[in-house]
Design a binder for this molecule. Structure first.
Ligand code: MYR
Length: 281
């Protein structure tokens, strides 16, 4: 029987204790404040990141893990495993997927399967958790990859930001310039289409955007199907908890967790962003 390992990048924001308990390997992305560079989830916590952003005059920058770091991890794993699945954030917003593909060509003793989650944060984490649980149960790599593709069919995620400036400046909002200009004053609901971030609907206030987010969730929750969902927040735990309670009371068929936008994604979304992602079990 072939042994399967799982690697994710840090933007899945799977808490350290869960990674350790389940044997999830993680390669960090970087956040750079001026001359200082940090690996998120390793030497920069989410709380200290948001504090640093408030203190800093300039916005930080982000970068993907180096091919070298991924190759080193693969070499380490090749001593114990036959296959490895690398689950990355969306290839349309980061070079991480491409770095993983390049690293995979540099190691011989382990078969590497790179899976583009086409999303990020705990929604990406859902794929990672499913893959590692299956691997820990002794499932083979083809079965795991098939399940991940199956999950993709019902995976949905929408998010909103307090201010579109960071996303726009970082070049991660895939939209015509004029449209972005006209949107800077509103709170559009955003989502991913073909691996890239695009506006889903133009909405004027955060209250209405949340209402719309709930409606979209309800389309799936009202069918009574079992759902796994996550409310993601950028330093707005109280807001996320209140929304989670409201949805959980209304839809007991949905298991809803709370998760966070950590430093790298927080750099592009800014403090105050809220997202909701889910899939059918
Ligand atoms: C890099 O420098 O390679 C990382 C770039 C990350 C861009 C992040 C853009 C925002 C993603 C929002 C994800 C929302 C998931 C629900």
């Amino acid at each position: 029987m072939r042994k399967v390992a799982v690697i994710t990048d840090s933007t899945a924001y799977i808490p350290k204790e869960v990674r350790e308990a389940k044997h999830i390997n993680m390669v960090p992305l970087n956040v750079v404040f001026g001359a200082e560079s940090f690996q998120e989830e390793t030497d920069l916590t989410t709380d200290s990141f948001y504090e640093k952003v408030r203190e800093s005059k300039n916005l930080p920058k982000t970068s993907q893990p180096s091919i070298g770091i991924i190759t080193k991890k693969l070499e380490e794993l090749s001593k114990e495993y036959d296959d490895v699945i690398i689950v990355t954030l969306s290839s349309g917003i980061s070079g991480t997927y491409q770095s993983a593909v390049s690293a995979s060509t540099l190691v011989d003793d382990i078969k590497v399967h790179v899976f583009d989650s086409e999303i990020s944060c705990m929604v990406q984490g859902f794929y990672v958790l499913e893959a590692v649980d299956m691997a820990n149960e002794g499932k083979q790599v083809s079965e795991i990859l098939q399940r991940l593709e199956e999950m993709k069919k019902s995976m949905r995620a929408y998010f909103m930001v307090d201010d579109l400036t960071n996303l726009h400046r970082g070049g991660r909002l895939n939209s015509a310039q004029a449209l972005v200009g006209s949107m800077l004053q509103v709170k559009p609901l955003l989502h991913f289409e073909n691996t890239k971030i695009v506006p889903y609907e133009k909405i004027r206030t955060q209250k209405r955007a949340i209402k719309r987010l709930f409606q979209l969730f309800e389309e799936d929750a009202e069918t009574g199907d079992k759902l796994k969902a996550t409310l993601i927040h950028a330093n707005r735990e109280e807001v996320a908890t209140a929304l989670q309670q409201e949805l959980s009371e209304k839809y007991p068929n949905a298991e809803i967790s709370i998760s966070y936008f950590g430093p790298v994604i927080g750099t592009h979304l800014g403090e105050g962003a809220i997202g909701l992602g889910w899939y059918k079990l």
